[in-house]
Design a protein around this ligand. Sequence first.
Ligand code: AGP
Length: 635
Amino acid sequence: MCGIVGYVGRSEAAPILLDGLRRLEYRGYDSAGIAIVNGDRIETRKCAGRIANLGSLMAENPPAGHFGISHTRWATHGKPTDQNAHPHFDATGKLALVHNGVIENYQALKDQLIRDGDKNFSSDTDTEVLAHLIGKLYEDSATTDTRPDGSAPANGGAPSYSKKARLVDAVRAALRQVIGTYGIALVHRDIPDFIVGARRGSPLVLGVGKNENFLASDVSAIVAHTRDAVYLNDFDVVAVERDRFEISSVAGEAGSYELRKVEFGDTDIKKGDYPHFMLKEIFEQSGSVRDALRGRLSHEECTAKLGGLNMSAAQLRDVGRVVLTGCGTALHAAMVGEYLIEALAQIPTEVEYASEFRHRNSPMTRDTLVFAISQSGETADTLGALRESKRKGYRTLGICNNVASTIARESDGGVYMHAGPEIGVAATKSFTSQVTILTAIGLLLGRMRHLSPAQGTGIIETLEALPGQIDQVLKLSDQTKAIAKKYASVNGMLFFGRQFNFPVALEAALKMKEITYLFAEGHPSAELKHGIIALVRSDLPSVFIAPDDAVFSKNVNNIEQVRARKGPVIAVTSGEGVGKLKKIADDVIEIPVAPECVTPILSVIPLQLLAYHLAVELGLDVDKPRNLAKSVTVE
Ligand code: AGP
């Protein structure tokens, strides 16, 4: 939700900031803006719409200067207009600020500022209030020679109480009044080559270069310039100059940091020869599943090795209940995980919407193990669920893709997906990586209990065969494209599956909704007759995920029920199911035969492709669907 980039160095800031924003566009794309300090003025360009619009504006009238801030927005407060686009300014117009997050008490702060005589608000945003508050505290401290909190500075006041220190103090004092979340970056016209950043609840990373430094919501914005990064913690305030930076806390204490190497490079975040990131990421899945398993399977012990869980054999054996939590696609992966862990380890497992789990008092047993599943590792609801579980004293683990993300750092341990950057807003490879890891977790927990070495070896071999089978499934792209063309004029689609493939029906429907904007629903196949069948008609296709498994014949019954009511049927099946379904379905998509616990990894891919090709057929922006953002850091 919103992307921030800041730069201070010797190069022209404009191209660096604009390029960084393009790489963060997945975080929000309803308006964008830039503020660069050029001598004694701040050059600002901002407008509603995509970053391409901002690019045109900047091309007409290029801003100059060597330090500045920029923002791509996903609106929370105020419509996506030119006026509401960031950066926002303080009342003097000398301080510019960009913000990712929500200032929940902005109205109370604004009322107080207005009572104090500030009438210069020009937007509907919560961010502008924060800019005004910091600006006021900064200006007040200049006239009183006191710190913004009223105390005297350590050195007794001006002149050695520098503008830089005053600005940092003003930021701290303002943030102490804020209720809500923020990742911010700000510049002041009177303080050359100086940016202040801070975070609470929204990610912010410092990129450390040579004679230049960067701030960004995500390393992908800066990885073309440096791979040395400091992932800031909540309540960190960072003062950034060309050749130095200083981290402290909102409370004013000196901070510590760890410099880390970013795992991926610039080429990993480019589309290459693919027309869209989503298609690239779909096609990366044999590699990403292989990477999710790399070094994690032991033929010798017939089990999975997941050292990152930070749990002893005895602790793993004592797990009596598992809770899997996440949002959207990650929640659907969790639902597959429930089937997997119960089947492989026979441990009662529950799936909880993170947004619900965090606010309810779910009864938990002492031996419950909680997994927070999140590609970004920054989803506010999932983070909230993790914190609530930790607060109650439960061991809470993360399954994340983004290294050093907040969820990864705050959990007691976990498993990284190693799927590489996922830029397409519609999650694809993260789903198959999550399911792969959940299978490994099921195997590990199962082998602590009743699974025999032979059964363990069987599962390992099944997992090792997956990348090759995924390559086979990817060959279905042309077939799914033809099916997409055939159904390009429909108004919606229904998706059905049973057991392990019921969550795939939900995930396939989510993909369809997100990028084609068609009405789409996923259901357990058997629910059809309990109400959904009323929707069936000749112009509403039903997609059945019906591999040749223990419930195949039950799925066939449901397909017949749809056919009897003239509903078109697209079937995803395998093995002997192919011949049988060709007789009754309109279109049959054949996936390889595999044990039922891993079929979701194979069956979801043609449905990702179906949604993709249908969206392309409809001329829609696949990678940036309307109203969505990749990383949902607001509640
Ligand atoms: C999936 O296509 C979505 N864009 C969305 O549902 C996503 O899966 C959800 O917001 C969770 O994100 P996370 O995995 O980064 O936590």
